[in-house]
Write a protein that binds this ligand. Structure first.
Ligand SMILES: *[C@@H]1O[C@H](CO)[C@@H](O)[C@H](O)[C@H]1NC(C)=O
Ligand SMILES: *[C@@H]1O[C@H](CO)[C@@H](O)[C@H](O)[C@H]1NC(C)=O
Length: 282
């Protein structure tokens, strides 16, 4: 059956996200995950394609623009893979992949692995934030982010300030739509498209250091007191606005938590690969 001949598509975003000294090039890491997949081929002849777009500062380009760019690359790969593909997406790339999947009515993605992505948004003072907004602390970022100019920067597209919910709902043009926080006409279609995947794999952990809160990698997020509300207690889950609850109910969600893994180590850590990813790439 088609389950046994899916090439692996590895969508990777060189994220601005991982700053500190790593702003430039993430290629070594990316190769490591590709190598891990090849080293233990669950199916001989598995093809791994790395889509490498919007490097370095370009990763700050607006999310919708990046989604369009990735869509072109993605479409040309899936055309050559009629039996379907798997998608592994890292960090900001996880949100781009979700947008891709939501907007592709006939996609043939089997497993979607989201590797340490800010799926429910980001709210935290990290190194990268200080580089992008040198004078801002997390409390002030919303002033910059929730308007038309701010929304031209990727991080603002998923900046989720729990203390300014109405501003987020009104001013965010990406995550608020993707998560159905702000209702829109395409919500039903996006949900159906997203639900074509056969497996959702969510990976993250407490020592990530970049994704804040780290639970965002599993759709958890802060409430207005900055307490964590886990995925199943989130309103978008309960309302099933984009299919999360359905995937969970179907038994098609796998949640993987690992301690001791920093943000830039997720893709090169063999333990993570062998315990969280490998079994879903069949
Ligand atoms: C969830 O459903 C309730 C009741 O229909 C509605 O008031 C609320 O706005 C919905 N929230 C989201 C995020 O869809
Ligand atoms: C790899 O993952 C394991 C298991 O979670 C963790 O204990 C270890 O610290 C990680 N190593 C690196 C270099 O990330």
């Amino acid at each position: 059956g088609h389950d046994f001949c899916s090439p692996v598509v590895f969508l990777f975003l060189k994220i601005s996200f991982v700053l500190e000294e790593h702003f430039f090039c993430m290629s070594p890491h990316l190769t490591e995950l590709a190598d891990n997949i090849n080293r233990n081929p669950v199916h001989p002849g598995t093809e791994v394609t790395v889509i490498d777009l919007y490097d370095s500062w370009a990763s700050l380009e607006p999310m919708w623009k990046q989604v369009q760019g990735f869509k072109k690359a993605f479409d040309s790969i899936v055309q050559k893979a009629p039996d379907g593909v798997h998608l592994v997406c890292f960090s900001q790339g996880g949100l781009i992949c979700r947008a891709l999947l939501s907007m592709a009515p006939d996609h043939n993605v089997h497993t979607f692995v989201s590797l340490s992505s800010p799926l429910a948004g980001q709210y935290g003072d990290t190194e990268y934030l200080r580089k992008v907004f040198p004078d801002c602390t997390k409390k002030l970022v919303f002033h910059f982010c929730y308007n038309r100019v701010g929304q031209k920067v990727s991080i603002c597209n998923y900046w989720n300030d729990p203390h300014h919910r109405p501003r987020y709902l009104q001013g965010n043009s990406f995550l608020a739509m993707l998560n159905g926080d702000r209702p829109h006409n395409d919500m039903k279609a996006w949900r159906e498209n997203f639900l074509r995947i056969k497996k959702l794999v969510l990976i993250g952990g407490p020592d990530d250091g970049v994704i804040t809160p780290w639970q965002s990698s599993h759709f958890g997020f802060y409430d207005s007191d900055e307490n964590i509300v886990e995925m199943r207690n989130q309103e978008t889950y309960k309302n099933d606005t984009f299919g999360l609850k359905m995937l969970d109910t179907r038994g098609d969600m796998s949640v993987c938590v690992h301690s001791g893994v920093k943000h830039i180590q997720w893709h090169s850590n063999y333990t993570v690969f062998s315990t969280c990813i490998e079994k879903w790439l069949t």
